[in-house]
Design a protein around this ligand. Structure first.
Ligand SMILES: [Zn+2]
Ligand SMILES: [Zn+2]
Length: 110
């Protein structure tokens, strides 16, 4: 138990049933969908998982410029920075820093 892999139909999302054909296992669905081979479905699942994983990785990746700023938390001297326009468009931009070392985020006051 536990190691049996459940496959789902890419067309109607119902559970695919394994069927032995010659010397390989294919998966079939009641809607008529037939997988070419077990390996093909596995490959597709891996690609899906990778896509999902890639999103948070991209979020965490900041192509931001580094500047000299002291982190209030760990006293590290380098931080990434970016500017954010707050509320009214005529208001000055707020500078945000993200510590290169501990990832602490703070904003510049004054
Ligand atoms: Zn189906
Ligand atoms: Zn820090």
């Amino acid at each position: 138990m536990g190691c049996s892999v459940k496959m789902f139909c890419p067309k109607c999302s119902s559970l695919l049933l394994p069927r032995k054909e010659k010397n390989k296992t294919i998966f079939v669905c009641s809607c008529g969908y037939k997988s070419k081979s077990k390996d093909n479905i596995k490959l597709r699942e891996v690609i899906k998982k990778n896509k999902r994983k890639a999103e948070p990785v991209n979020e965490d990746y900041h192509p931001l410029p580094l500047t000299d700023a002291e982190c209030p938390k760990c006293k590290h001297k380098k931080a990434f920075y970016w500017l954010v326009q707050t509320r009214a468009s005529d208001e000055a931009e707020t500078k945000f820093y993200k510590c290169e070392k501990c990832k602490h985020i703070w904003r510049e006051y004054g």
